[in-house]
Each structure stands twice: as structure tokens, then as C-alpha cells.
Design a binder for this molecule. Structure first.
Ligand SMILES: [Zn+2]
Length: 230
């Protein structure tokens, strides 16, 4: 009976151990950390793309500006004299300048977009840091709760082996086999009034058989198979 009590307590502690509320909180925080990291990765990739585009726009703007500058130099060098050619040159330069400013505007827009992503990423880093801190606290809480319960379990294990050595090996083996079926009510104390203490009623013949046995005898209930302690 003591062995059974210890096993029941141990099972309850193990159940409690695997169902700590802090475990769920910890899982939620870990999910949050992962989500922050995924978002950070996404924002980081977007930022690289945008900055690549911004660089390309700036390079293109520089090429166009150079062409326009070269045009300006030629325009004022005096080497072109025909009015019509000068007019054509001016038109070409105006076109280049407008293309240049368009590209520069797009480059600035890209830069602003990248800055927006920087802010987003800072917020995410803060969020992730908060989750990291909470995770550390919760982990410590879980470790403490686990080691406390582990101590209790260890004490029960020690007590169990002590009791185990006092009971016949065959009886312990019997009990352990039956426990898989009957759990915490594998061994029951014989009760002459109610029959046997089993959930099933024990036939009168069986009750009489048990009654004839000496106190302390361990029998199997012929009705359900539980261990009956006379
Ligand atoms: Zn029974």
C-alpha cells in the first residue's frame, strides 16, 4: 500500500512537472522571439534590396548628369555655332537634366524607404530584446520549479527502494504488472463489510476465502484481478 501511495505521488509530481504553467508561457515567448527574428530577417532583406536600387539610381543619375555637363560644356565652348544645332543641344540637355532629377528623386525616395525600414527594425529589435529578457526570467523560474519537484521525486524514489526491499520480489512484480491496468487502485485493503474494497462486488465465496486467510496475506481478487491485502 505504501509503495502504491509513493507511485501515485510520483506520478502526480511528474504530471505536475510536465504541466507547469510557466512552460506554456515560455513556449509563447519563444514563438514571439522566432516571429521577431523572422520579421527582422524579412526587413533586412527588403532593406538590402532597396539600398541596391537606390545605389543603381544614383549611379544612373550620375551618368546622366555627366552627359548633361558635357553638353553644357560643348554648348558654351563656342564650337557649335548654327542656331539650329544650339537649339537641338539645349533640348537634349534639358531632357537629360529632367531625367537626372527624376532619377535623383527616386533615389531619395528609396533612401527614405530604407530609413522607414530601419525604424521598423529598431522596434523589432526592442521587441525581441524584451522577449529575450522575459525568456531568461521564465527559464530561471522553470528551472527552479523543476529542481524543486525533482528533489521531491528523488526523495520518493529513495523511499520506494527502501520499501521495495521489504516486500517480496514476486509481489512487487505482480503489483507493477497490474498497476498498468489498475493505476492508483491496484492494491486494495480487504474490507469484510463491503466485500473486498474493489469497485466490483466480490462474490460471497470469495469473501469467505479471503476471510480465512491470515492478516497480511496478499491475494488476487478473483473478480477483477486486483491485489487484495487481507
Ligand atoms: Zn476485485
Amino acid at each position: 500500500m505504501e509503495l502504491q501511495e509513493i507511485d501515485t505521488q510520483t506520478e502526480q509530481l511528474l504530471h505536475k512537472r510536465s504541466n507547469f504553467e510557466v512552460r506554456q508561457k515560455l513556449a509563447a515567448v519563444r514563438a514571439e522571439q522566432q516571429s521577431c527574428q523572422n520579421q527582422l530577417d524579412g526587413v533586412g532583406m527588403q532593406r538590402v534590396e532597396i539600398l541596391t536600387r537606390q545605389k543603381r539610381l544614383e549611379d544612373e543619375a550620375a551618368i546622366v548628369r555627366n552627359k548633361a555637363d558635357t553638353g553644357d560644356n560643348r554648348l558654351y565652348s563656342g564650337e557649335i555655332t548654327a542656331i539650329r544645332d544650339l537649339q537641338a543641344m539645349q533640348d537634349e540637355i534639358a531632357g537629360l537634366r529632367s531625367r537626372q532629377s527624376l532619377l535623383e528623386e527616386q533615389a531619395i525616395e528609396a533612401l527614405l524607404e530604407a530609413e522607414g525600414l530601419d525604424k521598423q527594425s529598431q522596434t523589432l529589435v526592442q521587441q525581441k530584446n524584451a522577449a529575450d529578457e522575459l525568456q531568461t526570467v521564465l527559464k530561471a523560474e522553470l528551472d527552479a520549479a523543476e529542481s524543486e519537484i525533482d528533489e521531491q521525486i528523488a526523495a520518493l524514489v529513495a523511499k520506494r527502494s527502501q520499501i521495495n526491499s521489504l516486500v517480496e520480489d514476486a509481489t512487487v512484480a505482480d503489483y507493477e504488472r497490474l498497476r498498468e491496468t489498475f493505476g492508483p487502485s491496484t492494491a486494495v485493503r480487504f474490507d469484510p463489510v463491503s466485500g473486498c474494497g474493489c469497485p466490483q462486488d466480490m462474490p460471497a465465496v470469495e469473501v469467505a476465502r479471503v476471510k480465512r486467510c491470515d492478516a497480511g496475506t496478499v491475494l488476487n481478487c478473483s473478480e477483477c484481478g486486483r491485489l487484495v491485502l487481507r
